[in-house]
Ligand binder design. Structure first.
Ligand code: ZN
Length: 425
């Protein structure tokens, strides 16, 4: 196995690509069946191009254009008629934890309701784990996601819930991504159960001070049974005061104030959005800005939908159509965590979004790439245009439609991350 867990494949004559190794010089990807650029100038939301080629240099996209005009390159990858897409941007994942909760999943499938209380089980296991054990889990899940096309992942803390355990969770997360999120306000840990105000004081004080050097974002689980709106507002404001961007777990288990709080605070994303009122949708739509991307269609606060959670808790899915029709920018992410959504698969989330959430395949693919980038306020990923990071995947299928049309099938033949092939084509 290679560093990312891809099986090593036989070397072909003349094949100079080495998986996991940065090869010097330029690289041309051609014989592409369909290229998804997410460049709105191409006339449709996915910026589809036929007969296109992509030139990669120094880890970036250096050129995109008709294959017949392709510049000479040192090396070539033949896409063999497969579709090429930007790598997935998974903007919501909880990868730093120990243990699993397979028995809880089985009990839920046998009829027990999901309450969010199982988080404390994972907190106990995470506190007891060594740094190396936590690191090994992140590495395993990161490799698993990469093999399924994910080239950018956000990673949250939130299973430590002590000053030291939150800081080390973020330190380990930062070894794998720039998009680290401090989620000390995931649940109130058992030892603070009867004094939540004291816990909030600690999150805003010493825990934030220890976490902030390793974090780009702050997040709160604003939900009945977790943190109420006043606590959530206080914690998020403390994070903003030290320069962290805001994200919110909101409106997952029932209607609530989380979405509107997120918009009020200028959150980059409100996540879950399963139970929304018309006022919630209006608030999101009102955050529309015309400066974030070339098509001017983004809302400053993105609605990030996490259908793996509804799947794994057998809950009603969010209605993406309602958000899209109101002009709200939608992202799809995995919510990968050991309790409510233990999947790292963006193609699985795309299939669920199309089947269960009234998204078209094109909307779902956009939400899993450019939408995720918007949710992380990144313009270097989620698109394939000159200057973007050379993160892309080649499918064993002629178009993006197959990601939803062929659910559960390993369609991703090759992934380039920072221009580096992750497996041999
Ligand atoms: Zn989550």
């Amino acid at each position: 196995m290679s560093a990312n867990g891809f099986p090593e494949r036989p070397v072909r004559p003349g094949d100079r690509l080495r998986p996991g190794v940065r090869n010097s010089g330029s690289l041309l990807v051609d014989n592409i069946g369909e290229l998804v650029t997410n460049d709105p100038r191409a006339g449709d939301p996915l910026g589809l191009r036929r007969d296109a080629a992509v030139l990669v240099e120094d880890g970036q996209v250096a050129w995109v254009g008709p294959a017949r005009d392709a510049p000479a390159a040192d090396r070539r990858i033949d896409a063999e008629g497969g579709a090429v897409l930007p790598g997935f941007v998974d903007s919501h994942a909880h990868l730093v934890f120990a243990g699993d909760r397979a028995a809880e999943f089985a009990a839920r499938m046998a009829g027990e309701p999901y309450t969010g209380g199982g988080i404390r089980t994972t907190v106990g296991a995470t506190r007891a784990a060594s740094d190396d054990e936590l690191r090994a889990t992140v590495r395993r899940l990161r490799g698993e996601a990469m093999r399924q096309g994910t080239t950018t992942v956000e990673i949250k803390s939130g299973y430590g819930l002590t000053v030291a355990d939150e800081a080390r969770s973020l330190r380990i997360a930062a070894e794998f991504t720039k998009d680290t999120t401090f989620l000390g306000a995931h649940v109130v840990p058992a030892e603070y159960a009867d004094r939540p105000d004291d816990y909030v004081g600690m999150v805003c004080g010493p825990m934030l001070a220890a976490a902030a050097p390793h974090a780009r974002w702050i997040d709160v689980f604003c939900e009945r049974g977790a943190f109420d709106v006043d606590h959530a507002r206080a914690i998020l404001a403390c994070g903003q005061a030290v320069g962290l961007g805001v994200r919110v777990h909101a409106n997952q288990l029932g209607p609530g104030p989380g979405v509107q709080l997120g918009v009020e605070l200028g959150a980059a994303s409100v996540d879950h959005c399963t139970h929304l009122t018309d006022a919630d949708i209006d608030a999101l739509a009102s955050s529309r800005v015309d400066c974030m991307c070339p098509d001017g269609l983004h809302t400053a606060t993105v609605a990030t939908l996490l259908p793996g959670a509804e799947f794994s808790t057998r809950s009603p899915y969010p209605d993406a159509r309602r958000l899209l029709d109101a002009g709200v920018t939608v992202a799809l992410a995995t919510d990968c965590n050991p309790g409510s959504s233990y999947t790292s698969s963006m193609p699985f989330c795309i299939a669920l979004a199309v089947r269960e959430m009234r998204m078209t395949p094109a909307e779902a693919v956009w939400a899993a790439t450019a939408g995720g980038a918007a949710a992380l306020r990144r313009n270097d990923v989620g698109r394939l245009a000159r200057g973007a990071r050379a993160d892309l995947m080649i499918l064993d299928a002629p178009s993006h439609l197959h990601l939803a049309y062929r659910p559960g099938v390993p369609l991703i033949r090759q992934v380039l991350h920072n221009g580096v092939p992750q497996c041999r084509p």
